[in-house]
Design a protein around this ligand. Structure first.
Ligand code: GLU
Length: 384
């Protein structure tokens, strides 16, 4: 007997983090690996945000903040969602946490009773099932297919609803598929949550990384029972700064705040100030987002074309910075394919297994064009 709790013994290690760690280990050993594992912008944050962090230190904004986040940052978040998404939140309906991940975890802990079901279109991000299970819940997957651009069918979502369903979780632009859900689909699923008196949790972290079509604010339709999850990691290139936020009904946000107050107090004070400046300096930030989006788009096109030409069928995603490549030509088992790519081609990817995407690998193209071209050459060499 290990003495560890059943809860922890049943917990899976995050495969995005695990495969990224393998890449880092090889790099430390001097191997020239191309990391297409963790979804992390290779860009530095924009200069006005870096300067804001320095300013926070100079101003001595280095103490604990209110557990739910500074009032100034929550006001900036409210203003951002009003301006960009037409959503109306008071500062007391907003909680700032250490990354979108903690917002989600707080929400599952605040909402789920043992056995409660959360419906999630699959493929889904690896941490959803783990977090839902830690909170005692059960993830119910509603499969989507590459043929349909990985967009969920509201009809299938409706069929998955049972008396135990507590919430539906939507993520668009999607990690790992890059799908951007059309308005009609979001509306129909929001209608279902309203009809069945469920919660809607919307993960909108990739809002600013949409190439084709239009970003639809998922929280727009049923705000009384929706928790919007957002953060600074992806669209603002602030991954390591760990700032996420949740916006929703007061009672839920307060419950999440009570949990956070006992667990981590507040998110990093300096990063909160820098995020506030990122949100308030709207023009500078939008210019940064436009520039990085254009770079991702160019990379996407090179990577998708290259993988398809190599016989690894890869649909063109509309948003985020991931592609899902069918790795059947390398090995029928996606884990073997991912290990082969890492060890023999020195290209780090995440196998589809924990995304509920057997037969696929997720490749992040938030790395330079040069790296993408080299990765394609190495895969070609491997296949030859
Ligand atoms: N969200 C990113 C990813 O999917 C970062 C790693 C993680 O938190 O899972 O790669």
């Amino acid at each position: 007997m290990s003495g560890l709790s059943q809860r922890i013994l049943g917990l899976k290690v995050s495969s995005t983090i695990a495969f990224n760690a393998k890449v880092l280990e090889l790099k430390r050993a001097g191997v020239d690996v191309i990391a297409m594992t963790a979804g992390e912008p290779d860009f530095q944050p924009p200069p006005h945000v870096l300067e804001a962090a320095n300013e926070a230190i100079r101003l001595g904004l280095t103490k604990y903040t209110a557990s739910e986040g500074t009032r100034e940052l929550r006001d900036a978040i409210a203003a951002k969602h009003a301006r960009e998404n037409g959503l109306d939140y008071g500062a007391d309906q907003i909680i700032v946490s250490s990354g979108g991940k903690q917002v989600l975890y707080n929400a599952f802990m605040a909402l789920l009773e043992p056995g409660d079901e959360v419906i999630v279109p699959s493929p889904y991000w690896v941490s959803y099932p783990a977090q839902i299970e830690l909170a005692g819940g059960v993830l119910v997957a509603v499969p989507t297919s590459a043929d349909q651009g990985f967009v969920p069918d509201p009809e299938l979502v409706a069929r998955a609803i049972t008396p135990r369903t507590k919430a539906i979780l939507l993520n668009s632009p999607n990690n790992p598929t890059g799908a951007v859900y059309p308005e009609s689909v979001v509306r129909q699923i929001a209608d279902l949550t309203e009809l069945h008196d469920l919660w809607l949790i919307t993960d909108e972290l990739y809002e600013h990384i949409v190439y084709d079509g239009e970003f639809v604010p998922l929280a727009r339709y049923y705000p009384e029972r929706t928790l919007l999850v957002h953060g600074a990691s992806k669209g603002y290139a602030l991954t390591g700064w760990r700032i996420g936020w949740g916006c929703g009904p007061l009672a839920l946000v307060k419950a999440m705040g009570a949990l956070q107050g006992q667990v981590t107090s507040n998110a990093n004070a300096v990063a909160q100030y820098a995020t506030q400046v990122a949100l308030n300096e709207q023009e500078l930030t939008a210019a940064f987002q436009a520039r990085t989006r254009a770079a991702y788009l160019e990379r996407r096109d090179v990577l998708v074309r290259g993988l398809n030409e190599l016989g690894l069928p890869t649909p063109t995603p509309q948003g985020a910075f991931y592609v899902m490549a069918d790795t059947g030509r390398i090995d029928a088992d996606e884990n073997v394919a991912a290990i082969t790519l890492l060890e023999r081609a020195h290209v780090g990817v995440v196998p589809g297994t924990d995304f509920a995407a057997p037969g696929f690998a997720r490749l992040s193209y938030a790395c330079s064009l040069e790296h993408i071209e080299t990765a394609l050459e190495r895969v070609e060499g491997l296949l030859a």
